[in-house]
Design a protein around this ligand. Structure first.
Ligand code: ADP
Length: 257
């Protein structure tokens, strides 16, 4: 049985096609989330990658911020459920999933079978989300990849103390003007996101193993700073940004069966 998971986020769109809820036939990621061409592009790309058409899909589940506006889907599933399923499939030992996307951050607790036991989220503020990194990368005029690489190789982190994204932007500009080393600035920016998110994780409870999902999981600087703030190793997978889509495809399989 083929199932399709579609994760329409605030910033990106992701899809996954699985065979029998396990074997991954194709995944895709397109820039642009809800209200853009991103969802159609991700869908087209995953079907091409799998060599299949919509008619071949037994069940299609949509998740993410834009899940209610997905005509292709048979059902909608919460992002929390999908990230829990996707993370558990990648790391069966995981008990705490830290999902940092383009617009919010969520901490999900799992039981030993991968079921969600509770969650805490931040969706009111750009600080502690990918949006904060997007703004800062544009101030520094570097890519998100470079931001993460610079942070990872920095010997120490510049103090970025403003908790508000708008104030932090001014702070980073004045640090730049003062000649602060770019790598240390990148590390300070990543530490700021990690600091906000670690408070969220501590509120929910730091139960190992901890893993990251969402686009910010691609950022080595945030991962390292989060691990330091929590005093726990933080697992990441190259597919962390796709956990929601993979989880939706797993959910679709379970419903279809
Ligand atoms: P959503 O599901 O809300 O659309 P994603 O989980 O796809 O969000 O994450 C998008 C965020 O991922 C962006 O805001 C961006 O900051 C972050 N991101 C993407 N690529 C990288 C990267 N290479 N390094 C760090 N962060 C990244």
């Amino acid at each position: 049985m083929y199932t399709l998971g579609i994760d329409i986020g605030s910033t990106t769109s992701k899809c996954a096609v699985l065979r029998d809820g396990g074997e991954r036939l194709a995944v895709s990621l397109a820039l642009g989330g809800i209200g853009t061409k991103g969802p159609a592009a991700a869908l087209e790309s995953v079907l091409r990658g799998a060599g299949l058409s919509m008619k071949d899909m037994a069940v299609v589940a949509a998740t993410g911020y834009g899940r209610t506006r997905c005509d292709a889907a048979d059902m909608e599933v919460s992002e929390l459920t999908c990230h829990a399923l996707g993370a558990y499939a990648a790391f069966p030992q995981v008990r705490t999933v830290v999902d940092i996307g383009g617009q919010d951050a969520k901490v999900i607790s799992l039981d030993g079978e991968g079921r969600m036991r509770g969650f805490t989220m931040n969706d009111k503020c750009a600080a502690g989300t990918g949006r904060f990194l997007d703004v800062m990368a544009s101030v520094l005029q570097i890519s998100l990849d470079e931001l993460g690489q610079r942070a990872a190789r920095a010997k120490s982190a510049a103090a970025v103390s403003s908790t508000c994204t708008v104030f932090a932007e001014s702070e980073v500009i004045s640090l730049l003007a003062g000649g602060v080393d770019m790598d240390e600035l990148a590390a300070g920016i990543c530490a700021s996101v990690a600091g906000r998110v670690s408070a969220l994780v501590k509120r929910q409870g730091v139960v190992p193993a901890v893993c990251m999902s969402g686009g910010v999981a691609r950022n080595e600087g945030v991962r390292a700073a989060l691990s330091q703030a929590l005093g726990e190793p933080v697992l990441v997978s190259p597919d962390g940004q796709l956990f929601g889509a993979v989880g939706a495809a797993i959910y679709a399989y379970r419903k279809g069966k």
